[in-house]
Design a protein around this ligand. Structure first.
Ligand code: FPP
Length: 245
């Protein structure tokens, strides 16, 4: 297997976990079984990221658009989320993983919301890795929410519209306090962002794997990190400028 340079790790890795349905179809199984296997891949990737020393791992677990799926599938995904949180609490506590969530959490069914908030509270003192689940998340909705909050501050006379900066926006995002992702992984061979972290991905390195999410393994994750480490991040500068820095 290829070697990871632990001195040049991405601080924040975000993942669009795609392909559970196609995995199920390809294996002549139902979609729910695909999602169950997807939850297994979540376990593997969280463990791998923690072992490698990734500080922030953000997983797109349920988008605002996903509410339009058949109600049976939504119900199954929410039950799977509850089960995952119940089963993984010990692992999170043993490994210093702090759980966090971004998205319209209030839209989740009460049982899922309750266990999510409990797990966030129980893991709040952990310091080794932040695992963020994007749930009922949409990047455009997030930006609308930010715009509203900033507009309210202007109306209240606390902020001058002419003084609005990029930092104001960053501070009002669901991800306030987190670094932007260094690496975005999307599985299943689709080349889309799908309304994920629209503001935060401005300078992120994108990695598309032609692997369906349930098959995304420890080795697949390591390969993505190694690929990231081969790239030169220029943030709009030239290579020569970077070399002089
Ligand atoms: C995409 O597969 C995946 C999702 C809709 C959500 C991700 C959910 C999981 C990985 C399972 C449980 C999650 C947790 C955190 C326990 P898809 O259904 O869009 O696949 P398709 O595009 O092939 O139909």
């Amino acid at each position: 297997m290829q070697e990871i340079d632990i001195n040049r790790l991405p601080r924040h890795v975000a993942v669009i976990m795609d392909g559970n349905g196609r995995w199920a179809k390809r294996n002549a199984l139902n979609r729910l079984t695909g999602h169950k296997r997807g939850a297994g891949a979540v376990r593997t990737i969280v463990r791998t990221a923690r072992e490698i020393g990734i500080q922030y791992l953000t997983l797109y677990a349920f988008s605002v658009e996903n509410w339009s799926r058949p109600s049976e599938e939504i119900k199954a995904l929410m039950l799977l989320l509850e089960k995952y949180l119940r089963d993984e609490l010990k692992e999170m506590l043993d490994n210093g993983i702090r759980l966090s969530a971004i998205g319209k959490i209030d839209a989740l069914p009460p049982a899922a919301r309750r266990i999510l908030l409990e797990t966030i509270e129980k893991t709040a003192a952990n310091r080794d890795m932040v695992l963020t689940l994007a749930l009922s998340y949409g990047g455009r909705d997030e930006l609308v929410e930010v715009t509203r909050k900033i507009a309210m501050e202007c109306v209240a006379g606390k902020l001058d519209p002419a003084g609005i900066t990029k930092e104001h926006i960053t501070q009002h995002l669901f991800t306030a306090g987190m670094p932007d992702p260094d690496l975005l992984i999307r599985t299943s061979g689709e080349y889309r962002i799908s309304n994920f972290l629209l503001w935060q991905l401005a300078y992120t390195e994108l990695y598309f794997a032609d692997i369906l999410w349930p098959d995304f393994s420890r080795e697949s994750f390591i390969e993505a990190v190694v690929d990231y480490q081969r790239r030169e991040r220029r943030f709009g500068l030239t290579s020569d400028q970077l070399a002089r820095m």
